[in-house]
Design a protein around this ligand. Sequence first.
Ligand SMILES: Cc1ncc(COP(=O)(O)O)c(C=O)c1O
Length: 447
Amino acid sequence: MSTLTLEKSLEAFSAKFAVSAALTEEGKKFIPGGYSRSSFNFGPHAVYAESGDGAYIMTVDGHRLLDLNNNFTVNVLGHAHPAIESALVEAIPAGFSFGNPSLVEADLARILIERISSVEKVQFSCSATESCMSAIRVARAYTGRIKIAKFEGGYHGFSDMLHVSSHTMPGQGGSDADPQAVADSAGIPQTELENTIVLVQNDLAGTDRILRENARDIACLILELQSGAGGLVTLDEEFVLALRALTTELGIVLIVDETISLRAGYHGLQGVYGVTPDLTVMGKIIGGGMPLGALGGSKAVMRVLENGQVSISGTHHGHRLALVAGAACMNTMDADAFERLNRHSNRIMKELNEWSHARGSRLTIYGKGFSHMAYGYMTEPGLMVRNHRDYWHNVDGEKTQILSLELAIRGFFPVHRGEFSLSLPMTDDDITSFIEALKQIVTELES
Ligand SMILES: Cc1ncc(COP(=O)(O)O)c(C=O)c1O
């Protein structure tokens, strides 16, 4: 009989973060659910942070936690990084908001264009949700087609058109061979579902068949090379390269959503795969902790924005402070910085998977080997997650939740569903302590 149970871990979590629990209740008086982002939930309630410093956060409950959430992968440089802080402090006295463009907009666009070879032009917004919406509009205008193809488990923001089949639950979404669009929220019109073609990750035969059958209507295929918010799934390289060839053949715009995966390397995850999409969505790290999204793409496709065919306009698009923070962050993220993060990532994956394998444990660390990964407690030793539906069969949700709660109790703050990301200020000792904590929790779970 394990010494750890969900009930005990929930109790210990709420006792340790009692001030956060009380603040959540207080917040509910004014805000639906207590806070404006349901993803703040960490099981029974959120953990409120008072401040962040480097790789750590201080919670209102007085605990210092190694931040493995990093605002869902945003904080690649950790908290209050001096380069970002000084860039913002310098920029603030000149004013915050203008109906004029700023010099730094082209600077950050140039940085992204120099690094991501498929990107020849960039348009900024305030979030990746918005830039995904822009990508769809651009693709529809460019092709004259309406339908969107996306993967079940792929998350591309919360717009009506894309908040579809990101979190499909068991019993929903049709059969494995014939996946059907499912709204992720009430209030999404049926027409959006009719316009969405859903595919299964890493299933080339099925994807090929469905795309060919609907090719005349499909404007774009949008995908994450490694998904996050819908559950971490890594697409195989051969699968992605085959999709590039297929979409080119069928005249479908290929959109790679690199909102999270830009932290994979200096040239993004598309650089690692060697794939050249038509459009790329960027977010998270490019704003250095400020709200910023971007759509990049080839000159040919982005021309519909240039010639005025497509109209996109937001009051805060090209916000100077977000661009200043973003440029400081991206300039700090040189090739060595990505390599350091990936070295830590590979160490975590290797050491924990080898340890787990040797003892016949069900712990699996999965991901492409860059600084956004997941841990899962599987239903059988050695199982992996190859598509969204594997979460239904292969991952023991309750035990994975225990891992998350116990990590928080022991001084680590991952994403509750089992994902985690690294930040540059993390030291070898931080990584060692995380590895040892997970080993200890799993040992107790299996004792
Ligand atoms: C791959 C991906 N695309 C789009 C989004 C939406 O980004 P935002 O929350 O900045 O609107 C997210 C957010 O997590 C994401 O992970």
